[in-house]
Design a protein around this ligand. Structure first.
Ligand SMILES: C[S@@+](CC[C@H](N)C(=O)[O-])C[C@H]1O[C@@H](n2cnc3c(N)ncnc32)[C@H](O)[C@@H]1O
Length: 265
């Protein structure tokens, strides 16, 4: 890794719970902690501590979920197919700069790093939870061309057009609409014109798919914002007048998952 460390930032629970709106985009470059992870954020969004403490925030959650077979099971056996489809859409090798917006359990980032290394490129991974970046660090080889930074996806601390491409793997369904909109706007801002954005997400399954009826109640309890992503075309969450080209959408597993890709114009 180019940079590493835990970047830990202690958050008072009361302060975290008040953090129920995305902050404005930061005006200056992130500071680097003595351990190497850039620390730009500092506040954990309230939706994470309220709705996803069991999945991402609590140390035992990380211990529990960081198992490849479990993550694959949660995606009904589709993890590898979705991972590889997203990586293939980005490219067989990834020269230049790639941004992964939010960490993910499983081997998504190591596989992304391999393609970047093959293209002599670099990957930046941001996540708002230091514990997730610390976990990711354990999964990367020492020479992986990956930088980690603590940052909120709704206020990316990168300059305009900084990246050649960006990828979001199952992030948007976990956010309230305002965060989702800001995250997409920020992603579009930091990808250069002609650069590609790849998104893997839940989607509303086809009418014939029992998942459409069985999985919706489960999702609505465990993932309270996910059904918004089911019900809407992801373009509806982009800024008005967003300039994108070559929009493509492919579905998997009877429509329960979608891979969306487009280029920034
Ligand atoms: C990208 S999703 C991936 C979910 C999927 N179940 C998986 O692990 O494959 C989960 C990550 O998003 C991060 N996250 C959620 N909201 C965020 C935000 N506003 N900014 C940055 N990272 C965020 C969480 O901390 C967590 O590490």
């Amino acid at each position: 890794m180019l940079l590493n460390g835990n970047g830990s930032t202690e958050i008072e629970p009361a302060a975290a719970l008040r953090n129920d709106r995305p902050a404005a985009a930061p005006a200056q470059a992130p500071a680097t902690s003595p351990t190497g992870v850039s620390e730009a954020a500092g506040r954990i969004p309230a939706y994470l501590t309220k709705h996803y403490w069991w999945a991402y925030v609590h140390p035992k959650a990380v211990w529990f979920f960081e198992r490849q077979w479990l993550i694959d099971a949660i995606l009904w056996g589709n993890y590898h197919q979705l991972r590889d489809a997203a990586l293939d859409k980005l490219g067989p090798t990834l020269p230049g700069s790639t941004l992964q917006v939010a960490s993910a359990y499983g081997d998504f980032t190591p596989a992304l790093a391999e393609r970047a290394a093959a293209g002599q490129g670099e990957v930046d991974v941001i996540d708002v939870l230091p514990i997730q970046l610390e976990n990711l660090k354990q999964k990367l080889s020492a020479d992986a061309p990956v930088r980690l930074a603590t940052m909120d996806s709704a206020a990316l601390n990168f300059s305009d057009a900084r990246f050649d491409r960006a990828v979001l793997f199952f992030l948007l369904h976990e956010m309230p609409e305002e965060w989702r909109r800001r995250t997409l706007a920020e992603t579009l801002r930091v990808v250069r014109p002609g650069g590609r954005v790849v998104i893997v997400e839940y989607a509303r399954p086809a009418r014939w798919n029992p998942m459409r009826y069985l999985f919706a109640p489960i999702l609505s309890v465990l993932e309270p914002f996910a059904l918004e992503v089911w019900m809407h075309d992801l373009r509806e969450f982009m800024p008005a007048g967003a300039k994108i080209a070559n929009f493509e959408r492919r579905t998997f597993f009877g429509g329960l998952y979608q891979l969306v890709s487009f280029e920034r114009q």
